[in-house]
Design a protein around this ligand. Sequence first.
Ligand code: PGA
Length: 250
Amino acid sequence: MRRQMIAGNWKMNKTLAEAGDFLKELQELEPKQPARVVVCAPYLSLPMLAEESAPPVEICAQNVHFAPSGAYTGEVSFEMLKDIGVHLSIIGHSERREYFNETDESLNKKVQAAINEEFEVILCCGEKLEEREADRQFEVVENQLRADLAGVAADDMYLINIAYEPVWAIGTGRTASAEDAQAMCQHIRQLLVDLFDETVADETTILYGGSVKPDNIAELMAMKDIDGALVGGASLQPESFKQLLDYEAK
Ligand code: PGA
């Protein structure tokens, strides 16, 4: 059975001391919901967080390079993350696609490398505003995922979580309606049936992200094909992150 996940993506926020203080507060919590509790932190805080964190909190990177090592200034490899006890990373966040030239081609290499390294990822996808306005959202997301997952075997899909994050909803306060988010997550699950099989589709965790807040998470989580949330702004304060983890299931 697929597991739920609530992941806070801190993006480029928090010093080491701030990250440590946040973890202490989070660690005191006994979440009401069974979802995995994931903190996606900047690289500099990862060794400390990986060392200090305890279940149910899991620590996640925000990006990783596909090559095992070499002349890639500024990059970090899967092996380096595993070495500090981190076994999960976001890949393909729309901010990486938009500002750092992340392509579906490089993402496919990251997916392949993650599988070789037995490393779990949260693979992000999502359409831009103009694409939704042109009613092209399903085609856009499907094309991204077909390219990102090319060549992946069904048996390796246990390492892949998918996060649907419409770009127009990220950091804008404009959440997709629960129905629109559900429609896309259902479409993604159907695509997994086409690309792999019913079992993979059934077992893959699909998150929604884009202005998720304590007051809309319950409605999103109640949707059949939404298994979790990738949260930016509302994950930055311990209080608000705790409220997300403790949402009242509908
Ligand atoms: P947001 O960010 O919750 O601030 O919209 C979500 C994300 O980018 O993962």
